[in-house]
Design a protein around this ligand. Structure first.
Ligand code: NAP
Length: 433
């Protein structure tokens, strides 16, 4: 029997399990280990709560989870407070790190640690009810919020700030966030990009949605755009994106909330004594090789909340080689060391959609097939013994199904679920007879 441990139960973890299960069939046992009692990683705590159709992919992962060969082992952290990678390597023939990239890339400017300055991981985790960020309390009592970055995460953050309670009613936004946003006084949201409309990383569907919000008008400065003829050189997707931005440039700020796309604007310093009071930004221009360079022209945007959505980093794990510059594990096509692999964002960095993890998972399963042979390691029995020795309370997939049912049962009218946001509540739901 081949024994495989996958660390992390998000898309990369489940696609790897699916692929390995297909590749090895009954000759392998696969354990998916997660530090939380709830599976699916980014599907539950990253994908926006008002994008329920994207979350439906969890049903596919559930099919894998319910096979004989695959087991979910939740509520088991990696590290000194749980089990270590070295211990897992003694027990399993392969350990695959599918730990994603849960930490924010830091802005690295003065004031970026002031209260009111958030990374998108914290802000997204807060509205999605991730246990680590429940207490975040982003200040919503100022008229202006600034979101830094021109990618889809920036769009998610701005859209959640801009939507009405009615627009969020059919989402699974955490109750504490729905309540706080319901009394938000934010009327101006700036989405700040250091380069121009042709250089954004938005995708058409996500950006287009920003033009159809009930109480928010999306606007942009027409002067930031190159001549329209230059759009022809763009690929079709990017041309569509720029088309939406041009529409926004023709919009009037005629709704209660304004979402303004501020291009060629780079953050320089976050200002404030005890908390964020504003952000100093510099006007930029493009260099010949497409980078943003400062022009020396400064202005301050008064605001009470700054959210930087400029990318993520994988959490380092003791003993696993880590590429500080790229914020991911050092690896060759997914191989880190004999018997140790990585997949998804932990392998390639934080780019691509959920679906990008599918070919990634299948590629790792191919490597496993060519690398692994039965060496008589204990696999599941070894992990169960370690869990018992450490006094950990592992959560199985059937326990998660109880948590799931309890969340669905306590949903607000019209909402798919009301998430438990504390681990203790999840464990209580899992252990209720
Ligand atoms: P992203 O698409 O890589 O965008 C990051 C943005 O941050 C870029 O505009 C980048 O500008 C900017 N940036 C980086 N460093 C900066 C700095 N120091 N100062 C100012 N701006 C800076 O990353 P993301 O938005 O975090 O998204 C991650 C991945 O998840 C993407 O592949 C995204 O499409 C995906 N995602 C998809 C969905 C969806 O499909 N609904 C939702 C959310 C996320 P430059 O281009 O100038 O570097």
């Amino acid at each position: 029997m081949i024994h495989i441990a996958i660390i992390g139960s998000g898309p990369a973890g489940y696609y790897t399990a699916e692929a390995a299960q297909k590749a090895f069939g009954e000759t392998a046992r696969i354990d998916i280990i997660d530090r939380l009692p709830t599976p699916f990683g980014l599907i539950r705590s990253g994908v926006a709560p008002d994008h329920q159709s994207l979350k439906a992919v969890a049903r596919r992962y559930e099919k894998t989870a319910l096979t004989e060969e695959v087991r979910f082992v939740g509520n088991v952290p990696i590290g000194d407070d749980g089990v270590t990678i070295a211990e897992l390597q003694d027990i399993y023939d392969a350990v695959v790190l599918a730990t994603g990239a849960p930490h924010d890339r830091k802005l690295g400017i003065p004031g970026d640690d002031l209260p009111g300055a958030f990374g998108s991981a914290a802000f997204v985790g807060w509205y999605n009810g991730h246990p680590d960020f429940v207490a975040a309390q982003p200040p919503l009592d100022h008229s202006t919020a600034v979101v830094i970055g021109n990618g889809n995460v920036a769009i998610d953050c701005a859209r959640i700030l801009a939507k009405t309670s009615d627009e969020l009613a059919s989402s699974d936004i955490a109750a504490h966030a729905a309540e706080a946003l319901g009394t938000s006084r934010i009327t101006h949201i700036h989405i700040v990009g250091r380069r121009g409309p042709h250089q954004v990383s938005f995708t058409p569907k996500e950006l287009g949605e920003m033009g159809r919000l009930e109480r928010a008008a999306a606007v942009a400065d027409p002067a930031a755009f190159p001549p329209e003829t230059e759009d022809e050189a763009l690929d079709p997707g990017q041309r569509k994106v720029v088309g939406f931005l041009r529409e926004f440039a023709g919009n009037a700020a005629d709704k209660p909330v304004t979402v303004s796309f501020d291009f060629f604007t780079r953050p320089v310093a976050i200002e404030g004594d005890l908390a964020v009071e504003g952000i100093e930004v510099e006007r930029t221009r493009l260099t010949d090789d497409g980078r943003a360079e400062g022009t020396g022209e400064m202005r301050t945007i008064p605001c009470g909340l700054v959210i930087s959505a400029i990318g993520y980093r994988t959490s380092p794990i003791a003993g696993v080689p880590y590429d500080e510059g790229r914020g991911r594990f050092v690896n060759e096509e997914g191989r880190i060391a004999p018997g140790l692999y990585c997949v998804g964002w932990a392998r390639r960095g934080p780019t691509g959609t959920i679906g990008t993890n599918k070919p990634d998972g299948y590629a790792i399963a191919e490597l496993l097939q060519s690398d692994l042979s039965d060496t008589g390691k204990p696999g599941r029995a070894g992990l169960d013994a370690l869990i018992e020795e450490r006094g950990l309370q592992a959560v199985r997939f059937t326990d998660w199904q109880k948590i799931d049912a309890a969340e669905v049962a306590r949903a607000r009218v019209g909402a798919p679920r009301e998430k438990f946001v504390h681990v203790e509540e999840m464990i209580a739901a899992a252990t209720t007879p």
